[in-house]
Design a protein. Structure first.
Length: 411
């Protein structure tokens, strides 16, 4: 088992990411900014600039190389990613080139790796081609005009590039879950070339003893249940309202706190309209965006955490963060049966698994509300499981060990 600072020589990774820079996602910021440097793995992040680019990070092991910030970023980003690679190359020849969730840049990354004679690695956190196909089909359901044709062309070209040109040339593929690894294996890719890195938490941030409960009178005297995360029609966020409607019949003081924002104002307006249409405003608190410490302050006042994720190709291979966050905070949880969530529930024995149907899901929530002894057992098991399986310190060791196996000392 590899230990921090035990690598024979430091490694340098040129890492093209889809996310804006500076990164906000913990599986980029924490994993590569804090954990990888502990093992001598330094990262040059290449992507589209946000508020700050070309900036060192406090951990000292991750450096960002900003690319393009304009309305044409999606179209021109492969060329600017290539420019970013060249900038990173001038600092130091990388030991590998790694690309996350990008298709054209994945092809460029593979070619650049061949030119530099270094390994090419792909990191898949989302089945992006299948996402394009879902979008194509949504548009096609309203008519097959020029817009549909453009999306159909993008989906077809992306499928060819990622599955015929990019992934076959990757020395290794990091995936989001064991389910995603199995799914890619069913497409003919070797399972031995994959490592699953599910979502985790920063243990220092999700320590219940360090979280101050929020002072909000609207929660006083209520049976608070919580959804912590993004609101989206594609995620069927209105299912949460279905559950609240069922629960309020037998638990009149139930309050569903939805602590999160949506990607657009239209999505938030849709959610507010749904709450109003159902007449359940007294049973739902929609907070909108909150700073993380405030969101966690709401979370620790909840009796039950909810993590419903729609079934289907896009989400069955995902690794949702919210369930792991609930468990880390000692919140008994109810999740539906996508593979990664079912695995966490079975291994941790800190929650209940129910199908994403209003009746069974609400019944599972009600069971925890009615059985304080069971809820207390779950609350005790959750943090212990996360601390031994799903912190970024643990996941970082898995990633670092993988690099030692796939990047030879002479690379």
């Amino acid at each position: 088992m590899i230990e921090p600072n035990s690598m024979r020589k430091p490694l340098s990774i040129a890492f093209i990411v889809r996310d804006p820079l500076p990164p906000l996602r913990a599986d980029v910021l924490t994993l590569f900014g804090a954990e990888m440097p502990r093992y001598g793995v330094n990262t040059e992040l290449v992507g589209q600039s946000g508020s700050e680019a070309d900036a060192p990070w406090p951990a000292g092991g991750m450096h960002t190389v900003g690319s393009l910030k304009s309305r044409f970023a999606a179209i021109l980003s492969p060329l600017w990613d290539l420019r970013g690679l060249l900038q990173a190359r001038r600092r130091r020849r990388p030991d590998c080139i790694q690309v996350r969730d990008k298709i054209a840049s994945g092809l460029l990354g593979r070619m650049a790796a061949a030119v530099l004679r270094v390994p090419f690695i792909y990191w898949m956190s989302f089945p992006i081609v299948e996402g394009f196909e879902v979008r194509r089909d949504e548009i096609g359901s309203r008519g097959k005009g020029l817009i549909w044709f453009a999306h159909a062309l993008r989906a077809a070209a992306s499928r060819f590039v990622i599955y015929r040109l990019v992934l076959p040339g990757a020395r290794h593929i990091f995936v989001q879950s064991e389910a995603m690894a199995d799914w890619l294996a069913s497409k003919g890719f070797e399972r031995s070339r994959m490592t699953a890195v599910p979502m985790g938490v920063d243990a220092s941030l999700f320590d219940r003893g360090k979280v101050a409960p929020v002072e909000d009178a609207r929660l006083d005297g209520r049976r608070v249940i919580l959804y912590l995360g993004r609101i989206a029609q594609a995620r069927r966020s209105d299912f949460l309202l279905d559950v609240a409607e069922v629960l309020k019949q037998d638990v009149p003081d139930v309050l569903l706190v939805i602590a999160g924002d949506a990607a657009s104002n239209d999505e938030m307006d849709w959610m507010r309209a749904e709450i109003a249409r159902r007449g359940i405003g007294q049973h739902v608190l929609l907070t909108g965006w909150l700073p993380q410490h405030v969101a966690l302050g709401y979370a620790v006042r909840a009796e039950v955490g909810l993590s419903p994720i729609p079934r289907g190709t896009l989400f069955d291979v995902s690794s949702p963060t919210k369930l792991v966050e609930y468990l880390a905070l000692g919140i008994p949880s109810v999740a539906n049966d996508i593979p990664d969530q079912q695995l966490v529930i079975e291994e941790s024995r800190a929650g209940l698994c129910a199908p994403m149907e209003a009746g069974p899901f609400a019944a599972a929530v009600r069971r925890l509300l009615d059985d304080p002894g069971l809820a207390a057992e779950f609350a005790q098991r959750g943090p212990a499981y996360v601390n031994s399986h799903r912190t970024y310190a643990i996941l970082g060791r898995i990633v670092a060990e993988t690099y030692t196996k796939i990047l030879p000392p002479s690379s």
